[in-house]
Design a protein around this ligand. Sequence first.
Ligand SMILES: Nc1nc2c(ncn2[C@@H]2O[C@H](COP(=O)(O)OP(=O)(O)OP(=O)(O)O)[C@@H](O)[C@H]2O)c(=O)[nH]1
Ligand SMILES: [Mg+2]
Length: 651
Amino acid sequence: MVQTTWKAIAPVPTSQEFLDIVLSRTTRKTPTVIRAGFKISRIRAFYLRKVKFTQDTFTEKLQAILDGFPKLQDIHPFHKDLMNTLYDADHFRIALGQLSTAKHLIEQVCRDYVRLIKYAQSLFQCKQLKRAALGRMATITRRLKDPLLYLEQVRQHLGRLPGIDPNTRTLLICGYPNVGKSSFLRSITRADVDVQPYAFTTKSLFVGHFDYKYLRFQAIDTPGILDHPLEEMNTIEMQSITAIAHLKSVILYFMDLSEQCGYSVAAQVQLFHSIKPLFANKIVFVVVNKIDVVKPEDLDEEGQKLIQTMLKGGDVELLQLSCHTEQGISEVKNKACERLLAARVEQKLKTNRATDILNRIHVAKPIGGVVRETFIPDAVKNRIKYDVNDPNRRKLERDIEAEEGGAGVYNINLKKNYMLENDDWKFDKIPEVFDGKNVYDFIDPDIESKLAALEAEEERLEAEGFYDEEESIEDDEEADIRLKADYIREQKQLIRNAARSKKALKNRAIIPRQKQPKNLTEMKSSLEKIGLDASRVVERARSKSRGRSVATRSRAGTTDGDVEMKDISMHDISQMTLKERAKSRARSQSNRREDGVVDEISRTKAEKIAKLNQKKMNRMARQGEADRHVTASLPKHLFSGKRTIGKTSRR
Ligand SMILES: Nc1nc2c(ncn2[C@@H]2O[C@H](COP(=O)(O)OP(=O)(O)OP(=O)(O)O)[C@@H](O)[C@H]2O)c(=O)[nH]1
Ligand SMILES: [Mg+2]
């Protein structure tokens, strides 16, 4: 797809802005602290990096500008020529060329100074070389002042160019100034073009879109052209010429025979002949505008003759319209579109692709020369014909309404559509009162018997005491009790709700807890129930409780010198405490992952889960609190040096 609009070109900075952008980027993105005491290789690397980085930025930014603008050789000839007339192709090329040269020069400067810095012997030398390199780059940039300004203007103008697609269905409106070209575009599309009663209102191309036969067309309004040689035409007129010359379109040559536009008919005819060579291979219509003032028939003989000279070839057709009375507008539009579509289809049929497709299509015909004609059912043929304008039209309810006095007066007769056994009954009146009785009372013949059945049932129910219960409720005492009970229930509910909302206020997550085992036997049985071996746990718990009792006892013994001491020898005590310690150490050293894991399968499973949990953390390589972190040192340039007014925040 060839590009047709250039709305997204990045703004081009002025040379000063350009310099600021590049240099500030260098200071922001490269290290800023260097001292004479550092190793010379480090000092050189520091300045080398600065020079290279500056050059990189220059190259990158210049290339971005070069890439942003359209390449004249890559775009459609129409756009190429339009840019040539608007911005002067040579100027455009030279401006881009200057940018490109500047880029190469800056690269060269960088290369030279990098070589020099490699041999610098001190920080001072390095610094001077860097200054020189950046200074030369800045000089080169300053020379780009004019091209950058020019390119910015071109960018702004390019963004506002109408999006004209050179390959789509196009109507091109051209002619002398002030003949009503823009008025026509306004009336067939929604384009907001300026219409004024003086010449050269339109100064550039305008485009509007409309649909015809479900296809999208573009109509292009051009600035008016005067009849003089191409070399003398100004930029405004040249835009029209470019459009006429390059766009495959229908040409609508507008004329104003009333001469209200300020130009004579002869001049308008002359212009047509002058630009005729540009109309080669195009469909051309001469469109006479303002027929509310003067029609072609009203012209004198000389005028008639002049008009005929335009139509001589036979392939130019004369159309008439008036933008004021809107007479003939859609005819002109439809005719132009029709011819254009036909021409495009014809052209497509000539291409190889069309023949390829046609070769693959086979139109089957019945054998033996049988003619199969269109079949129209008799019902359709015999339907009631009604001819207001169209003889094939059926008489519609709408027509009847119009005949009978229009909306509000006419009342539709629904009875004529009744579907009855006998059509004669359609308009029969149904009486409301018949033989002195209301007809609607006698619709159901069994109504009497049904009423009798209902009454009998009612009597039966009453006798059985079906309605008695309600009466007992009337009893005063019971009603009182019920009232109180209701009151109590309501109060209870209120209390419950209040408690619930209090709980909600605390906003605690409710942790469901399993029933905790109360003692060792209970724990043992519950473990066994899930299929775990509980013998070791039980043993451990037992030994623990035993050990504790011994220890307390022994501690009591040492402090108080109690009688119980006699039962246990010192040796025993030391043995026991040793054992306890060994056990507790073993417990603390045991692998937490393996604690409580019964078999190999669940261990591998557990390990897998553990690894999986760690995976995300490893992948993100997030800095954790355990990682070493060096905070930024003070930004030196903001805290050192002489201070004058207004320089504390920025230097
Ligand atoms: N009487 C009459 N006046 C018309 C008709 N169509 C346009 N005009 C008037 O002609 C004048 C010029 O109309 P524009 O549409 O601006 O003409 P233009 O060809 O676009 O003019 P430029 O843009 O200057 O080339 C306006 O004052 C319109 O009101 C028409 O059918 N009848
Ligand atoms: Mg105009």
